[in-house]
Design a protein around this ligand. Sequence first.
Ligand SMILES: Cc1ncc(COP(=O)(O)O)c(C=O)c1O
Length: 432
Amino acid sequence: MSSALKIWHPFTNGALDPSPVLVRRAEGVYLHTADGRKIVDAISSWWVNLHGHANPRIAAAIAEQGKKLEHVIMAGFSHEAAEELAERLRRWVPRDLSYMFFSDDGSTAVEVALKVAVQYFQNLDRAEKTEIVALAHGYHGDTAGAMSVSDESPFTQPFESMRYAVHRVNSAYCYRCPVGLKRESCHIECVQQLERLLEERSEHIAAVIVEPLLQGAGGMIVHPVEFLQKVRSLCTEHDVLLIADEVLTGFGRTGKMFACDLANVSPDLMCVSKGITGGFMTMGVTLCTDRVESAFRSENRLHTFYHGHSYTGNALACAAANANLQIFEDEPVFDRIAAIARIHGERLAVLRTMHRVGEVRQVGTMGALELVTEDAGYLSALRPKLYGFFLDHGVLLRPLGNVVYVLPPYVIEPDELHRVYDVIDEAIETLL
Ligand SMILES: Cc1ncc(COP(=O)(O)O)c(C=O)c1O
């Protein structure tokens, strides 16, 4: 008898990191481990879970769908669960978006958006518009194109040769303002770099990609809404497509269904994934305007978007997404979100006064604190110590270097969220 294969885990160094924890089952915000522990999933399992683990409504919808149709090729075919999802999403997404293109996850949703943006201008006989602009501290996924638009980091370092060139411009990282100003008195001068770039080169630029209002993996950086609004108006002025990567921010994370709603901005392309299925199934969707799609509807076959993944539009994932959106319609999801936001606000206000806390940041259900340390950044030595401390105290939190953030499923109860913050307080007192 041969022994089993060993699982190579993501973002995990087999020599340095602790062995993975075996989870036997999960319910609500809790992971139940094989060794009898009960761990609060305070990061929604990489930001995907919305209504709790093993949510019975989503689980039932997947089971029902599986008895009818598990999957069908989406080229030349469609199915009822996908059509239903198209109708349901229409009710929630920014007004100008009228087409949706399926893919598999956040990274592929981003790849689709970038490729659509470039081919859009080709199809319009403006083949010189190929360049992409992306933000400092941005993160858009781990595939080669998504890595190219992501900012340099330990994640991208070995792959410089595989990343295509993009224009990198300032983000609105107010704590470390790129133009040396203070938010209280600034006029979003950080956006002027993008403004100058578009003035000089817009005839070569196809798209600007942003994580709207909240840059996640780059350090949970919260932008003023005015930044996104200015980026939108600059893109419109210079005939450049705006891609909003809502892979993290979508489905209520920022307090509204989409971060773009908070800024009252409608992008030309929008990427969603993570929360779309409530955390049950993998799915990516890239939405676009009628104007964008119409450039691909043509007598010329070469204007076709020749892109598609085998599991595109998977019926089980569509059923999960439909059940997820039904929960938004039937249950007080936005009250739960508001309750989380209130507790974040209360607890972060106290944390802000601790001298090792440089800044606290919050938008909707995301609460973060940036700790003061000499080795700030993803590889900060603090990170593994904090991670281990949290886990030892029954809480799953994965600090981004010296940035600790809490991004729980929406069903977390107030006392459970307070407990997460109590453990953070204790960690700061013990480890810093
Ligand atoms: C903003 C953003 N875009 C894209 C991605 C990539 O998504 P996935 O990991 O599903 O490929 C992520 C993942 O964290 C993300 O936060």
